[in-house]
Design a protein around this ligand. Structure first.
Ligand SMILES: [Cu+2]
Length: 149
């Protein structure tokens, strides 16, 4: 009787664990020395935790070809953000003024060759969330959209 109850409790615990894994989504993005993300369109569920694994597959030094992923709120002026980020070298090209910071949903670290970073974030509402690499000059090529439904 006691062992049966234990078995049921373990089963319940495992199904709770399993469903939390199924409900969240994981996306993987890579970047390379030709200023490209491997994929520029992702779809996730609004209000659900997303895990982003970002890898820099390049060989060039970080000072010349660093990459990050910066996720912006829907409607953000992407060129304006990208050009403004150039001045934010001290904070790895993430602007620290309040108005610009308010446009950023989440961001990875700036990665050198062979490095990777994993972050989690939630896109609160349905919409098209642009993402860019904010290293100087990269946003024109390195941008995409995460659609939350
Ligand atoms: Cu980049």
């Amino acid at each position: 009787m006691k062992s049966k109850l234990t078995t049921i409790l373990i089963a319940l615990g495992m199904s709770a664990l399993f469903s939390s894994v199924v409900n969240g989504s994981t996306i993987e993005i890579t970047a390379n020395d030709t200023m490209q993300f491997n994929s520029k369109a992702f779809e996730v569920k609004a209000g659900e935790e997303v895990t982003l694994v970002f890898k820099n597959l390049g060989n060039l030094p970080k000072a010349a070809m660093g990459h990050n992923v910066v996720i912006l709120n829907p409607g953000t002026d992407v060129p304006k953000f990208g050009m403004g980020a150039v001045a934010a070298a001290a904070s790895e090209y993430i602007p620290q003024d309040e108005a610009t910071k308010a446009q950023v949903v989440a961001h990875t670290k700036l990665l050198g060759p062979g490095e990777e970073d994993t972050i989690t974030f939630t896109l609160p509402e349905a919409g098209a969330y642009p993402f860019v690499c904010s290293f100087p000059g990269h946003f024109a090529l390195m941008q995409g959209i995460i659609t939350a439904k």
